[in-house]
Each structure stands twice: as structure tokens, then as C-alpha cells.
Design a protein around this ligand. Sequence first.
Ligand SMILES: [Fe+2]
Length: 328
Amino acid sequence: MTTSAPTPQQLAQSGTLDELYGYLGEIRIGAGWAKKTPSLWAEPKKTFEPYRWSYAQAKGALDAAGRLINTELAERRNLVMHNPAGDYATSRTIVAAYQMIMPGEKARSHRHTPNALRLVLDAEPGAYTVVNGERLPMLPGDMVLTPNWCWHGHGNDSRACAYWLDVLDVPLVQLLEPMFFEPHPDDFEKEAVVPNASPMCFPWSESERRLKAAAAKANGKPAEIALGDLSSGKPALDTMALSMIELGPGQATPSRKLMANNVLGVVKGSGVTEVEGQTLTWSRGDTMVVPSWREHRHRSDGGAVLFRVTDEPVMQKLGFLREGTVAH
Ligand SMILES: [Fe+2]
């Protein structure tokens, strides 16, 4: 404490509120009744904006990056989707990025506390991810998990560049501060096994089969299947739940307003997302963010499949998950 700090007597004898505030400021205390900004409010402020990022544009930029930077210099050749509200992240808790790896390249192995997943957009047989020693194929529509602290690296033995959408809970980890990161001691983890099936991998062929079965039972409404531990019903990751939504031609999802953030990737087809007066138009490979507490629905004239990532598990565990009433 500095010698100029007010004494208890000086504080007790403050003649005016301004004099009291002055003393309090010196000892790092604020008067709760005179805050510059309120600390409580009636409803979520909706700080983050809805937005759509174009895969065609990102792909062009990644092709340029393929000429300009290699995987020796860049841990990952990726393009991060910044929310237009000005934040680094895509939403409050989730960040999304497009990534590309060229033929013959390897993206070295590492592990970190943030949970991550990737949805493959364009790749040919030979592109793969190694997760904890298991080599997992990456074909379009496949989804690969790398949960908290799992080793992972990427390789590409095919003749074509491989492109995918990365989604991570990095902003949440930054906020809560348990960030740990470690490069693999061998640079690139050697793959030990090529499993027939892995809880880390959700092949498109399987998702497509399940979507078709779910759509047949949905009575003309959009079908949604969860990607996760199907036997326990647990979400795929501690912080993010994953699903695929099939919109048949002319179908729309019901309007929802949920206290959870959504990042969506377009697996196939095209359509629009209507969100509080805005219309986001999308087609295959595009990424959209629908931040929490934004009333929205998705619809498609010609049919589409959306991949949905949501932080609902976080909100649920903390008791913050709410569904709002919608206008219609
Ligand atoms: Fe990583």
C-alpha cells in the first residue's frame, strides 16, 4: 500500500460522494451504486453478429497461401473467421477456420486443451488425420474429432489439395484460462494403427445413411441426427455438440431462439438462413454463425445438408441453456 492511501479516518470523514469516490479509487474499490456501466441486464446483449463466410473466396485465398507459405513455417495453413462485431473469434465461445494441406505435406502433430473438430470439404483418398496414433481418413463430408489433449497432425498422400472446416472452443478456453499447448516430441506423430472404426471419426457414408433413415421418419420435416456417442447420448465433445440437418426441397427448420451459439457448415446443397431480419444466402462449403439468443431458421428450395456445431453442452452444464419464445 502506498503512503498516500486514504486512512480509515479520512474515508469515514468523507464530506461528499465525490470525495469518497476519489478515496475509493485510490484503493481499487468502486461504489456498486455508481457503476459507469451496469453489471446486470434483463436479457442477453447479443454482442456477436450473424454472418456467412464464402468457401469459394476462402478456397481462393488458401490456394494463394499454398504458394506463399508452407507447413514448415505455418503450424497450420488456416484462415480464421472473425465475427464482424470486431472480435478475433467467430462467436463468443467458438472459432471456425478454413484449412488446406497440399499434396505431400504434413502438418506437424501437437495437442492442446481446446477441443477441436473438422468437417472435410474437398479431399481425395490419401488425405488423413492422425489422432493419438490412429490414422483416420478425410473424405468430403467426414467429420474428425480431436478432443482436449489428444495428439493430432494432418497429412496428404493424395495428388489434390485437401480443404476442411476447423471448429474449436478456443475463445471459451481463453476466457476460462486453462490453455495448454504442446508440440509432439517427434514433430509428426507416427501412425500406429489404421482402425476400421474410431469414436474420433464420423464418415460421411454413415452420416448420409443415418440422415436418409431419419428423413424417412420425419413426415416431410427436416431431419437432424446427432454426431457423438450414440449409445450414451453424450455430446461429441465436452463443450460442443454436433449434428447434421437434412433439409428436403422446400423445407425449413422451425424458428428458434436459443441461449447457445451455432456455427454451421454447408455439407451439400444451398439455401438461406433467416436471422432477425437478415438473410444469409449459402451454398456448399460456406460457413455461417448464428450467435446465441438470435431467432433464426434455415430453409432450402433445392435441398441441403447442414453441419451444426453448438455450445449447448456448456450452457446446459452451467444451467444457462434457455429457449426463448419466437415471434411466429
Ligand atoms: Fe490443433
